[in-house]
Design a protein around this ligand. Structure first.
Ligand code: ASP
Length: 439
């Protein structure tokens, strides 16, 4: 059995953290492929190595002296190397990096050195082989990730390696230049490696206990989700949950490999399992409650709207014309509303409204502003009687006016629109009725 283990920046911020990671890897011989991030924060005011690299490179690009900044980055690694008592010297690596910075090689290359160097340190510490991600993770000319070429080449290379460290976050373009994923992208690399080696499990080690039923900034001490499906996670991630990079689920989901979110600082805890499908019911009927503020509803009314062929299409076209993405479209017989992000909409407001007027000649258009959307998500909801009743009873009880209701066709989510000002209270009320009432 093969497991791929990815460690986040805070898990690798110091020699002490490296030692915890070493103990985790040695505790299970299946943990054969390791994907490290760059060293993260050691304390709350600390700076991540990735951010130091971006800054240092900006200085180099402006042709100012960047050697001191590079030296501070170097000392982050030297501190780890010394703390672990490794026989490793990064002189050559730093000389190359300095020269490449002087030649203005690009900020993606600069940022990627955080993972690259940490991979070298990690491989040395574990006695594993080092495989540079630039040799095995590929982007196409237009900058999109080339999943199939990567899967073939990476799969073939790792077949020959019993143990390997593959740095996260970057790969290379067809001309050999380094390119990174977006921030937090080591999660994606872990997922790509898991698919390539046909892993039984992708463990993603971080500094939180797992996914939480709700946002801890809103609900005090929320429960941990023990099992969540990919589909549920998508519904919640989309609404703003942020433990795992959104794009990290696609490679493993395709291959049917589960992800286990674990806490490096509490390795005995089971964390959260992300799976394709499961018999395990969510203990609270709902799996998670998440949401986002800052939406506006564009309400359109027209007599006999429902019998006018192509009406909805033309309304949506008006938004498409101005590049505005649509969140939800609840509708009635002669009314429909289009929910969009207020910030985005405000900039193009009059153009969109006049396009709607032109395209469908509505009777009335009104705007409901400053709305928040809340997603109540759960695979167990469709088989539980009274779920919607409980959601709305809890909101009525908290004196919250519901402005919109939308249920996904798979009955795994209910989306509720409330005023921005009611957002936190609404989430607390729903949490209380499903989770607190159950405990
Ligand atoms: N080091 C990169 C970042 O800070 C990538 C990662 O940690 O996943 O975004």
């Amino acid at each position: 059995m093969k497991k791929v283990v990815k460690f986040g920046g805070s898990s690798l911020a110091s020699a002490e953290q490296f030692e915890k990671v070493g103990a985790i890897i040695r505790a299970d011989e299946n943990r054969r492929y390791v994907v490290p991030s760059a060293p993260g924060r050691r304390f709350s005011k600390d700076i991540k190595v990735t951010d130091m690299l971006y800054r240092c490179y900006a200085t180099a690009e402006a042709e100012r002296d960047f050697t001191k900044d590079l030296q501070s980055i170097r000392s982050r690694y030297d501190e780890i190397i010394q703390g672990l008592g490794l026989n490793l010297n990064l002189d050559g690596e730093f000389a190359t990096i300095e020269e490449n910075f002087r030649n203005k090689i690009g900020s993606d290359y600069a940022a990627s050195r955080g993972e690259y160097l940490n991979g070298i340190v990690m491989a040395n510490y574990l006695g594993y082989e080092f495989l540079d991600a630039a040799e095995v993770i590929f982007f196409a000319e237009d900058g999109t990730f080339d999943s199939e070429k990567t899967n073939d080449v990476l799969g073939a290379r790792l077949k020959e390696m019993k143990h390997a460290v593959i740095p996260g976050f970057y790969g290379s373009l067809p001309d050999g230049r380094v390119k990174t994923f977006s921030r937090g992208g080591s999660d994606i690399t872990g997922s790509i490696v898991a698919r390539a080696v046909h892993a039984a499990l992708y463990e993603n080690w971080t500094d939180v206990p797992g996914f939480l039923v709700s946002d801890p900034r809103i609900v005090e001490n929320p429960e941990i989700i023990s099992t969540i499906t990919y589909k549920e996670l998508r519904e919640l991630a989309y609404m703003g949950a942020s433990v795992l990079h959104e794009d990290a689920i696609f490679p493993v989901r395709k291959a049917g490999i589960p992800i286990n979110i674990r806490n490096t600082n509490a390795p005995e805890e089971p964390g959260t399992m992300i799976v394709s499908t499961t018999c395990a019911k969510s203990p609270y009927t709902v799996t998670g409650i998440a949401g986002k503020k800052g939406f506006v509803a564009v309400n359109i009314e027209k007599d006999l709207m429902n019998s006018e062929v192509g009406f909805v299409k033309r309304v949506l076209e008006a938004f498409e014309m101005y590049g505005i993405s649509i969140e939800h479209v609840p509708s009635g017989i002669d009314t429909m509303s289009v929910f969009v992000e207020q910030d985005q909409f405000e900039k193009k407001e009059q153009q969109v409204l006049s396009a709607i007027n032109r395209l469908v000649k509505p009777d009335i258009i009104t705007l409901s502003t400053d709305l928040a959307l809340i997603a109540v998500v759960g695979r167990s909801m469709k088989n539980a009687r009274g779920t919607a009743g409980r959601v709305f009873a809890s909101l009525a009880h908290a004196r919250i006016n519901v402005r919109m209701i939308d249920q996904g066709s798979d009955e795994e989510n209910i989306i509720i629109g409330v005023k921005n000002d009611d957002f936190e209270n609404a989430i607390r009320a729903i949490y209380a009725i499903f989770v607190d009432a159950q405990l």
